[in-house]
Design a protein around this ligand. Structure first.
Ligand code: CAA
Length: 283
């Protein structure tokens, strides 16, 4: 399995980061989203990131142009007949994801691998709506994708060894360190990270310490680059809540109950950086 052409579906923060890294490692990448406006926004953010690289001196203007020339916007999903791998990076919504995978299954040739960048939804369930469960796999990148070296490579129940090895090797070609993970709620990253963030929110909720104090303890005491509440704002509080719900539902264990303060903030529209307000204000 020689992966040369990739299609990324979803031009948001994660999708555009994946496109940038794949194109920078020499692959031809198609970028699709539900509208040309979303695709253009994704391309603009890639352009901005690469320009920053040129300004800092880590990248030449020529290599920036070469990277951009390998990225092609794709308005109609139906035109994606010749891709070796699709990486889905759309919203964390099972209904949206399964309907996309059903469409991809009818459009893409039988050998095309279908990967999901889901942060916690079950790969086995996504694979089951396709006629090719052996060709479906999880490829979970971390945010910001160009900076974080990890990719969790998640085997669904039916994922073939050949597909696993192809995606593992591709992650290495993209300059990442892949880690093999089985399909269980939250995989490894979010099973460990989200309860820590949730506990940090409980600490504030119970009045043990202020937002700033909790973050300072974890930054200075544990050398985390961001405090857990700053990180929650960065990830998005709606995403944190939905991952906690998946852990709670998946394990039926009260240790994963989402903090009421997290629910309250999400209901109020305080979603973190993207909404301008979370545990901190970004106005
Ligand atoms: N895109 C691309 N590059 C970025 C970036 C972005 N959004 N943000 C920062 N960078 C780059 C900068 O350009 C800079 O590069 P150079 O070293 O080449 O100059 C480097 O990252 C460091 O950035 P800064 O100096 O501006 O700031 P910093 O030192 O505070 O680092 C950070 C920023 C990398 C985001 C750092 O704070 C960090 O590592 N935070 C933790 C991030 C984290 O935990 N991510 C995982 C989230 S969980 C997840 O993604 C999984 C999930 O399913 C929810």
């Amino acid at each position: 399995m020689n992966i040369q052409t990739i299609m990324v579906v979803g031009a948001g923060q994660m999708g555009s980061g994946i496109v940038q890294v794949a194109a920078a490692s020499g692959m031809k990448v198609l970028l699709h989203d539900i509208s040309m406006a979303f695709i253009d926004k994704g391309l603009a953010s890639i352009n901005k990131q690469l320009s920053r690289g040129v300004e800092k001196g880590g990248l030449t203007e020529v290599s920036k142009t070469e990277i951009l020339s390998r990225i092609q916007p794709l308005e109609q999903l139906e035109q994606a007949e010749q891709v070796d791998l699709v990486i889905e990076a759309i919203s964390e919504n099972m209904v949206l994801k399964t309907s996309l995978f059903q469409r991809l299954d009818t459009i893409c040739p039988p050998m095309t691998i279908l990967a999901s960048n889901t942060s916690s939804l079950p790969i086995t369930e996504i694979a089951a709506v396709t006629g090719r469960p052996a060709q479906v796999i999880g490829m979970h990148f971390m945010n910001p994708v160009p900076v974080m070296p990890l990719v969790e490579v998640i085997r669904g129940l039916e994922t073939s060894q050949e597909v696993f090895e192809a995606v593992y090797k591709l992650s290495e070609r993209m300059g990442k360190t892949p880690v093999e993970v089985k399909d269980f709620p939250g995989f490894v990253s979010n099973r460990i990270l989200m309860p820590m963030i949730n506990e940090a929110i409980f600490t504030v909720y119970e009045g043990v310490a202020s937002v700033e104090s909790v973050d300072t303890v974890m930054k200075l005491g544990m050398k985390h680059p961001m405090g857990p509440l700053e990180l929650a704002d960065f990830i998005g509080l709606d995403t944190c809540l939905s991952i906690m719900e998946i852990l709670y539902e998946g394990f039926k264990d009260s240790k994963y109950r989402p903090c009421p303060l997290l629910r309250k903030y999400v209901k109020a529209g305080r979603l973190g950086r993207k909404s301008g307000q979370g545990f901190y204000s970004y106005h």
